[in-house]
Design a protein around this ligand. Structure first.
Ligand SMILES: NC(=O)c1ccc[n+]([C@@H]2O[C@H](COP(=O)([O-])OP(=O)(O)OC[C@H]3O[C@@H](n4cnc5c(N)ncnc54)[C@H](OP(=O)(O)O)[C@@H]3O)[C@@H](O)[C@H]2O)c1
Length: 275
């Protein structure tokens, strides 16, 4: 590990900013990493930073092929990788994403279960059953299906898993994000359950809980005023970037975290703190 200068840059939606990482993890070089949902936002930054460490990266997308192609282009500036596509709510497609990645990479060392979204904002009082089912399928079923498909390969590599939860899973969310919050709390708890179950295979399982991160997510679900309000009330005085989350993922994936499992890192600028 080497310390390098870290600069913070203002979050921007859409185009890919120049990303920085403060650390070099020698052990991530050559690792085979599948990052679900890396066509955009947090997953995109994570894929690019893994490539900076010399990892081979699986860039997964569902509907945003051009975003995934942009990610892969950046990945290839530093390392190599492959595009894999599929709707991770679907068992066959989730399995095919993992199999296609393993075929291209020759194995799997690190799985980042990042794909997910709020789908919509709906309240418990008036929200539909369809919405409830979809938000859990998108955020919880997807993690289960991809992890189960990946398990035989992770057992071989004694690899590790990082699940992306959310601060909403800790607070219960607000403004129609309650069911999404419940789904993210399930991801958090299942991270611990998986860590217990897979420890016998030498597989570590951890999670990162992002706070308010300015990606396409908030372009879809929050107004610019809301983004400014949250930045103001955040103790560190800004909203997060994809690379803020990616840097925590890299640490958990690396040998620097080799005795850490069933844990989470909250990356939220102090927006929510443990008592
Ligand atoms: N931004 C935040 O403030 C925040 C806070 C806490 C947690 N998170 C979590 O962080 C993760 C990444 O979010 P983000 O902010 O980077 O959002 P984003 O920019 O909207 O990216 C979401 C990613 O998930 C993929 N995805 C969505 N539904 C999918 C499905 N059914 N099957 C497969 N892939 C699917 C998308 O793929 P396509 O675009 O290709 O369809 C995209 O790559 C999510 O799990 C989100 O819940 C975000």
């Amino acid at each position: 590990m080497n310390w390098q200068k870290k600069e913070h840059r203002k979050p921007q939606g859409g185009k890919i900013r120049a990303l920085t990482t403060a650390m070099t993890y020698e052990d991530l070089k050559g690792r085979k990493v599948l990052v679900t949902g890396s066509s955009s936002g947090i997953g995109q930054a994570t894929a690019i930073l893994f490539a900076r460490q010399g990892a081979y990266v699986g860039v997964h997308y569902f509907s945003t092929k051009d975003g995934a192609q942009r990610t892969l282009k950046q990945v290839k500036k530093n390392s190599d990788g492959a595009l894999v596509a599929g709707d991770l709510r679907d068992e066959k497609q989730a399995r095919s994403v993992v199999e296609k990645f393993v075929e291209a990479a020759g194995g799997l060392d690190i799985l980042v279960n990042n794909a997910g979204t709020m789908v919509d904002r709906q309240s418990f009082e008036t929200g539909t059953l369809e919405y409830h089912e979809d938000v859990y399928a998108t955020n919880v079923r997807s993690v289960f299906l991809v992890t189960r498909a990946a398990l035989p390969y992770l057992k071989k590599s004694k690899g590790n898993i990082i699940n992306i939860g959310s601060v909403a899973g800790q607070t219960g969310g607000a403004g129609g994000s309650g069911m999404y919050s419940g789904a993210k709390a399930a991801v958090a708890t299942e991270t611990i359950s998986m860590a217990k179950e897979f420890a016998k295979y030498g597989i570590r399982v951890n999670s990162v809980f992002p706070g308010f991160i300015e990606t396409r997510f908030h372009e879809q679900y929050s107004t610019p005023e809301r983004c400014r309000e949250v930045a103001k009330k955040t103790p560190l005085g800004r909203n997060g970037t994809g690379e803020d989350i990616a840097n925590a993922v890299l640490f958990l994936a690396s040998e620097a975290a080799s005795f850490i499992t069933g844990e989470y890192i909250a990356v939220n600028g102090g927006l929510y703190m443990r008592a």
